[in-house]
Write a protein that binds this ligand. Structure first.
Ligand code: CO
Length: 134
């Protein structure tokens, strides 16, 4: 059911420093920061030949990234995102298998303008998973 790895998201304490490091030290193609107020994050996309990296930094009061950075002050991998052909069919299948969908269970529009859902990390080996409509 899952398809391509769409991105790996890394929460970072200093977005500018992390973006600079990816551009200069790792020699990656780094885009400009993008505010995502609906998701409580500012994102920097890094394009790799086979996937993307998203650097995440808290935006606003109730950011889901803030608590993560409190627990992981140096930053860390926050989630990974797999593509699915049909996000509603994927959700229904996962719920039937007993997996928990975070939030209302309805897809939200994600950072790439496509519907996304998040799956409970306790159901997936401690890893927060994002599904994105391909
Ligand atoms: Co993501």
């Amino acid at each position: 059911m899952i398809g391509r790895l769409n991105h790996v998201a890394i929460a970072v304490p200093d977005l500018e420093a992390a973006a600079r490091q990816y551009a200069s030290v790792l020699g990656a193609s780094v885009r400009a920061p993008q505010a995502e107020p609906d998701h409580g994050v500012t994102v920097v996309f890094i394009d790799l030949p086979n996937t993307r990296i998203e650097l995440l930094h808290p935006l606003g009061e109730a950011s889901p990234i803030a608590a993560f950075l409190e627990r992981n002050p140096a930053g860390g991998i926050h989630h990974i995102c797999y593509e699915v052909d049909d996000i509603l069919a994927a959700r229904d299948r996962l719920q039937a298998e007993g997996a928990r969908i975070l939030g209302t269970g309805e897809p939200k529009i994600g950072a790439h303008g496509k519907p996304v859902l998040f799956l409970h990390p306790k159901d997936f080996n401690g890893c927060l998973l994002e599904l994105e409509q391909a």
